[in-house]
Design a protein around this ligand. Structure first.
Ligand code: UDP
Length: 142
C-alpha cells in the first residue's frame, strides 16, 4: 500500500463540541499520523476558494456560512492508503446514513454540520494540502 497524505478539516460544529482530540484519536488509532495542523478562523474568501468546486450547488452559501461560523482545525494526515482510509473513518456525508462507529455517525448533527472534511482523491488531496500549508509546514516522520 502506498503512503499518502490527505487534507482533513475538523469543522466548526465539532470544534464547538470540544471533540478535536477524540476525532484525532480515531485517525491515530487507524494508523494515520498528523504531519501538519493548525487552528484557523477561515475568512469568507478562504472558505469560498476551498469549496469553489461546489460554487454552483444550491447549498454553497450555507456551506460557506457554516465553515466561517467558528474556528476549524486543519491538518494533514499521513499513512498507508490515507485518502480512502480517512473517508472510511469519516462515514457518509449525511450522518443519518453514516455507518455506526464512523466520525460522522458519532459526532455530526446534520448533512451540513457534519464534523469533518476529507479529500476525496489524490489530485484533490494535493490541491487542498497546498491550499492551507506551505511545503515546509508539512513535517517528515522519522
Ligand atoms: N453539503 C451540504 N448539503 C448537501 C451536501 C453537502 O451542506 O446537500 C456540505 C457538507 O458539509 C459536505 C460538503 O458540503 O461535507 C461537501 O459536500 P460533498 O458532497 O463533497 O461531501 P463530503 O465529501 O464532505 O462527504
Amino acid at each position: 500500500m502506498a503512503v499518502e497524505r490527505t487534507l482533513s478539516i475538523i469543522k466548526p460544529d465539532a470544534v464547538a463540541k470540544n471533540v478535536i482530540g477524540k476525532i484525532i484519536s480515531r485517525f491515530e488509532d487507524a494508523g494515520l499520523a498528523v504531519v501538519a495542523g493548525r487552528m484557523m478562523q477561515l475568512s469568507r474568501e478562504q472558505a469560498e476558494g476551498f469549496y469553489a468546486v461546489h460554487r454552483e450547488r444550491p447549498f454553497f452559501g450555507e456551506l460557506v456560512s457554516f465553515m466561517i461560523s467558528g474556528p476549524v482545525f486543519v491538518q494533514v494526515l499521513e499513512g498507508d492508503n490515507a485518502i480512502a482510509k480517512n473517508r472510511d473513518l469519516m462515514g457518509a456525508t449525511d450522518p443519518k446514513k453514516a455507518d455506526p462507529g464512523t466520525i460522522r455517525a458519532d459526532f455530526a448533527d446534520s448533512i451540513d454540520a457534519n464534523a469533518v472534511h476529507g479529500s476525496d482523491s489524490a489530485e484533490n488531496a494535493a490541491i487542498e494540502i497546498d491550499y492551507f500549508f506551505k511545503p515546509e509546514e508539512v513535517t517528515v516522520r522519522r
